[in-house]
Design a protein around this ligand. Structure first.
Ligand code: GAR
Length: 207
């Protein structure tokens, strides 16, 4: 896609929203040619909603019930309706802890990006920084990837690495990875905004 105006981003998140904040800050600093049209959460009191509201960005809780781990059925349709109402062109999963299903993937083909706190394909799923530590890897990191029907399996757009230190706890390693997430996500989105990303099969090419 080659957008001519700022990329209209809809953010979905379930937690504290530091990645959403990094995206908002990158836009404000002129490093990312985009606007955040809405922030949606499946968790009513998630801090990500409060953050967005504090900055004048429309923020809504959209229930994903009755599902516990996925966004499907009527919950998926509800979320899509809100994203369309705000004119989102790209969906950003910033700590959204649910599996995206076919309806949303078909509505936004190659336009849903996720950030994962590991160097995929290693350590998909939850608590990836803990998985990395328990495995004993010496390098960890984060991955920005397009979302497909699998769990953390879609085409990889960008990765950043961090060292794993002998003194690391899960919390210190996650914090080091998150510093890189906050750089990687805006960078990846700017590539999209510049129309420089092409997805062929499972390969995302940057021109
Ligand atoms: C981030 O570390 C992100 O990589 C992770 O949740 C955190 C959200 O933090 N996502 C996943 O684990 C998805 N499988 P944030 O709410 O501060 O952006």
């Amino acid at each position: 896609m080659k957008p001519t105006s700022p990329l209209a981003i809809g953010i979905l998140g379930s937690g504290k929203g530091t990645n959403a904040q990094a995206i908002i800050d990158a836009i404000a600093a002129g490093r990312l040619n985009a606007r955040v049209v809405c922030v949606l959460s499946d968790v009513p009191d998630a801090f990500i909603l409060q953050r967005a509201r504090q900055q004048g960005i429309p923020a809504e809780f959209v229930s994903a019930a009755p599902f516990k781990t996925k966004l499907d059925g009527e919950a998926e349709q509800r979320t899509l309706a809100v994203l369309r109402r705000y004119g989102a062109e790209v969906i950003v999963l910033a700590g959204f802890m649910r599996i995206i299903k076919r309806g949303m993937l078909q509505a936004f083909p190659h336009r849903i990006l996720n950030i994962h706190p590991a160097l995929l394909p290693a350590f998909p799923g939850v608590d990836s920084w803990k998985q990395a530590l328990d495995y004993g890897v010496k390098v960890a990191g984060c991955t920005v990837h397009f979302v497909d029907e699998g769990t953390d399996t879609g085409p990889i757009l960008l990765q950043k690495t961090v060292p794993v230190l002998d003194s690391d706890t899960p919390a210190t390693l996650h914090a080091r990875i998150q510093e890189q997430e906050h750089i990687a996500f805006p960078e990846a989105l700017q590539l999209l905004a510049e129309g420089r990303v092409q997805v062929e099969g499972r390969i995302a090419r940057i021109s």
